[in-house]
Design a protein around this ligand. Structure first.
Ligand code: URP
Ligand code: ZN
Ligand code: ZN
Length: 481
């Protein structure tokens, strides 16, 4: 079996930092400790002056997603390769069945697409409609296919939006399975009405997008989903939390002891809504995603939420549409495919703007880029950890390496980069995926199809308390005999 010794680095975990070597044998970590012996024939990687981190986990990507009349340009191979170049070694993508499509068939379709992935991946499954077959298929997915998270889009009316009836039915089923409910929180009815009003006022360009999706729209949906989850006794996870309104709903619930988790996108932390006022239509359209970019006061609150632990994970919602695809909405902002990229840049952006500014410690960075995600989605310590037995998904992180983010040098399959021109210090020098070097000296070495599907069992120790609490609170009838 091949062996790799990573020598002389500072290992960072969510718990702390220590000088240590890391020995990988085959696909797993065999030993962590000082001055480890070099096994015969082992490859030695010098990590002197660098950090040694668990490979990043991006819990929110959309490779080759069919959406809004087109298909996302990044496929599972190009996307997971670009991820590796930035230090991310696992992506959790989404199966999004069309309404009335069997969710099990959709799952198998996505599994087929994902076979080309270069690094490991898993799949959340969206519940976009309801009948008893959907309930049955949720059981099959949870019990036989390692799916422990079901996604609910509260927006995208007349497409994949989940109404309250579906939400309640799905939440109940997830609770009984010991699964987690994830939420895209925006009130889709309000968005629909506001889009129409704004368009009829003659605002047809990308600036109409944020006007039709104000923070209140997200706050209302976040609060509704959280309250429904509270009544039914199921843990929830808000994806792409972008504003104070949603963060307040999360904070309130967490302070009441509810199992509520929140994710923030790297781009929502560092890009504000001024991008929509760019007079160049193409440039403004590149930032059309939902929820939209917000004003700086929301960004500041999101950073504080991350620092305080109210937000546990960071993601990218990597969903790439190239400029010609965005132009489908040239006369009507409602038709611009929603989505932005960034799977390659998340770790650098967070290090530069989070760790280097003193907002996050290296350990908090590891928690927010991998370990918390692994715990919430129940793949810890296989992923998100540097310890014997864990998968050898490791990044040798150079905290002093500087690069300027650009479409000219990125590895993502998209013709622009939302961070274009941003200088970041802190970069993946070497990335290992299950023991294999996939990124080294600025060169990608990924292999198409080497990525493996990761099963995620239900009842994660991290949140199963919610289900237990619910069982303890079984209602009883009054005895009137
Ligand atoms: O605009 C976005 N976020 N597109 C991808 C689908 C979603 O809402 O996550
Ligand atoms: Zn979404
Ligand atoms: Zn998404």
């Amino acid at each position: 079996m091949s062996a790799t010794l990573i020598r002389g680095g500072t290992v960072v975990t969510a718990e702390g930092e220590f000088r240590s070597d890391v020995l990988c044998v085959g696909e797993t970590i065999a030993a962590v400790g000082p001055n480890l012996e070099i096994p015969a024939g082992a490859k030695v990687l010098d990590a002197g002056g660098a950090y040694v981190l668990p490979g990043g986990i991006d819990p929110h990507t959309h490779m080759e997603l069919p959406f809004m009349g087109t298909v996302a340009s990044e496929d599972f191979f190009s996307g997971t390769s670009a991820a590796a170049a930035g230090g991310t070694t696992t992506c959790i993508d989404f199966v999004i069945p069309a309404p009335q499509e069997s969710i099990l068939d959709a799952y198998h379709k996505w599994r087929g697409w994902a076979e080309k992935a270069a690094c490991d991946y898993s799949l959340h499954v969206a519940i976009t409609w309801w009948d008893d077959s959907v309930r049955q298929d949720m059981v099959t997915l949870a019990e036989e296919h390692g799916v422990n998270s079901f996604k609910h889009f509260m927006a995208y009316k007349n497409a994949i939006m989940c109404d309250d009836e579906t939400l309640v039915n799905s939440f109940k089923t997830a609770r009984d399975l010991g699964a987690l409910c994830t939420i895209h929180a925006e009130n889709g009815e309000l968005v629909y009405v506001l889009q129409k009003e704004i368009f009829e006022k003659g605002i047809t360009g990308p600036e109409g997008h944020p006007l039709s999706r104000p923070p209140e729209v997200e706050g209302e949906a976040a609060n509704r989903a959280i309250r429904i989850a509270e009544v039914l006794g199921v843990p929830v996870y808000l994806v792409h939390t972008s504003c104070i309104d949603a963060l307040e709903a999360v904070t309130r619930a967490r302070l009441e002891g509810q199992q509520v988790f929140a994710e923030v996108l790297a781009q929502h932390l560092v890009i504000d809504d001024s991008v929509y006022r760019n007079t160049d239509w193409d440039a403004a359209s590149h930032y059309v995603m939902s929820p939209p970019f917000r004003s700086k006061e929301h960004q500041a609150a999101l950073w504080k939420g991350l620092q305080a632990g109210m937000i546990q994970t960071t993601a990218t919602d990597h969903c790439c549409f190239c400029t010609p695809q965005k132009r489908a909405g040239i006369d009507d902002f409602r038709l611009i495919p929603n989505g932005t990229g960034g799977v390659e840049d998340r770790m650098s952006v967070l290090w530069h703007h989070g760790v280097r500014t003193g907002k996050l410690s290296p350990s908090q960075f590891v928690a927010a880029t991998s370990s918390n995600c692994a715990k919430i989605f129940n793949i810890f310590p296989k992923k998100g950890a540097i310890m014997p037995g864990a998968d050898a998904d490791i990044v040798i992180w150079d905290p002093d390496a500087t690069r300027t983010i650009s479409v000219k040098t990125h590895h993502q399959n998209i013709d622009f980069n939302i961070y274009e021109g941003m200088e970041v210090t802190g970069n993946a020098a070497t990335t290992l995926s299950r023991g294999m070097v996939v990124w080294e000296n600025g060169e990608l070495k990924t292999v198409r199809g080497r990525g493996q599907y990761i099963n995620r069992p239900c009842n994660a120790p991290y949140w199963a308390a919610q289900n237990r609490r619910n069982a303890l609170a079984e209602p009883t009838a009054v005895d009137r005999s």
